[in-house]
Design a protein around this ligand. Sequence first.
Ligand SMILES: Cc1cc2nc3c(=O)[nH]c(=O)nc-3n(C[C@H](O)[C@H](O)[C@H](O)COP(=O)(O)OP(=O)(O)OC[C@H]3O[C@@H](n4cnc5c(N)ncnc54)[C@H](O)[C@@H]3O)c2cc1C
Length: 594
Amino acid sequence: MNAERVKTDVLVIGGGAAGCAAALEAKARGARPLMVVKGRMGRSGATPLASCLGAPAPMPGPYPLLRLMKRIYSAASGVVPLPVPAAYADAMRQMLDFHYWLVDQDYFLDWAMWTAKRFYPELERSGIYVLRDEEGVPDSPPDGSYHVIHTHGMTGYQYGESKRKEVLAAGIEVLEEASAFALLGGESGEVSGAMVLDYARGRLLAVEAKATVLATGHTNWLSRRATGTREMAANGLAMAARAGAALSNLEIQWFHASDMAEPESWMRLHSYPNPLNGTAHRAVMSNEADEVFMNIEDFDTVMPYTIQMKKLREQVRQGKARWDGGSYTDYRRVEPEALEKYQYHFEFYEKLGRDMARDRFESAVTWHMSAGGVRADPRTMETGVARLYIAGAVGSHMLGGLPLAAYDGHLAGAGAARSARRMGSPPGCDDEVRAQEGRLAELLSAPAGDGNAPSPIAVKRRIREVVWRDMMYEKSAAGLDRALGSLAALREEALPAMQVRSRARRYNVDLVDALDVEDMLDVCEMAAHASRSREESRGPHFRTEFPFTDNENWIRQVVVRREGGQVRVRHEPVRLKYLRPKAEKVDYFAEPFA
Ligand SMILES: Cc1cc2nc3c(=O)[nH]c(=O)nc-3n(C[C@H](O)[C@H](O)[C@H](O)COP(=O)(O)OP(=O)(O)OC[C@H]3O[C@@H](n4cnc5c(N)ncnc54)[C@H](O)[C@@H]3O)c2cc1C
């Protein structure tokens, strides 16, 4: 398969909230972006799945003035520690708790200002409105924690559709159903574009770009039970690592305890445990014997996910529930009219022949968002590999969230446009293009097997089983070593034996899967090493041998790199610039928020 050569200023890989924002920003700054999207732009990845949007902190004053004040405050805090203004201290502490104190604190202040002053006003200017009451006040849960567009559960879908229209209206070139599978130029120390399998049209492309933005999102599809869709196979993390970028926080993986146990394809629509619109009540969780083991509203948090996992583990240990079923989410305490009016899920349950207000729903655990990803300067989204930027959930500087992804896209798009202008054309990489052409030819030319050779999707399933068995919430050295052994065996045995079953050029999803397999192996392996290396429990990272959170020694990032096919791990302290955790060392199960 010979690659067609394509040139652009800024290559944006990914078409979620982050990718769309990056392309729009680059275009607004005079660059010519090309978007390459594995699924459909605005309609794939996590973006359409988002239920709601975190409400902005009230920030009086114009944005430029706030930014200036923040810059002065940040610089002064670098010399003498200054208190965080009382109005923001609680919100910031909560944000840092959700991010386990492993992220840059300035990033959150900058993002919060941008969200209040730019994200929400632009959202409504573009024609999508957060739900409001007759007085024009956003119709949020009673604690005001978030806003919804239309109804709870529809927010991401509508946001994605609006961004899709904006990108198309801006005349940005978009290749949908085209998967980037290798960054070019990595060996030269700078990225000069990417190889793209345009599987919808059956073409191979070598895209030469002056700057590249990776915006490929979370890694949700890595485990058997997951909140993700198939394009979330961790390609971005794997490509960046092979190009020499460092990754961090890969061990901090979020899980949902209350996803629907069945049908499997409905897992993304999890039984929402967070605050609900129109009511002060929330869901409860119960076991097979209908004993309530967690009343979610007893915990003062908008994100109860890790507390749910801790409570569920007790039930699993006592044999009263399983990780893949036997626990139930129950909304029977919530006023039925609040569910029907505000919850889009209501209709889904109805279609399953169930009543959200009366039935309880069997739940199971899923692999959800990854806090970890590619390291970048959170002020610019530069990765440290020249010409390579990241944006959104592919990064390690935050957990996720539509406004965060959009903010990153705005930074990365601006940086990439600047870089394209200043740096001019990238170095050629003919040898790499030829090597990738050869790789595809090899995958497509394997002899038709005797029926025993594993198909790419079968190997992917085996990887997902390894993750489900040994890399979910309850992690131990023995389990992680077993995972590493299983992944190595798949790499040595299944990978060479794997056969692409179709020679078709167009929509050859077997070929897309075959390219994903190697990426999934790489990323799962790095995540297992990172998990092995963190010898404490922190948020959703629970190590059975270390049931404590050690803020004295472990406010450190686990940083991984791939060097010569090996995974190298190091630890890097995180600077606690404004706030620090309250306790030095805590019992992980005794403290719900540890
Ligand atoms: C189930 C679920 C519920 C969530 N709920 C909320 C919520 O209520 N509120 C909230 O704020 N956030 C929520 N989030 C998080 C939020 O949706 C994400 O953090 C955010 O959408 C990430 O945006 P992104 O653009 O970085 O990635 P994504 O939206 O995942 O986009 C990734 C894009 O990359 C493309 N892609 C992937 N690989 C390749 C490749 N190799 N080549 C080309 N393209 C590629 C995909 O097709 C997709 O277009 C939720 C996430 C999930 C999974």
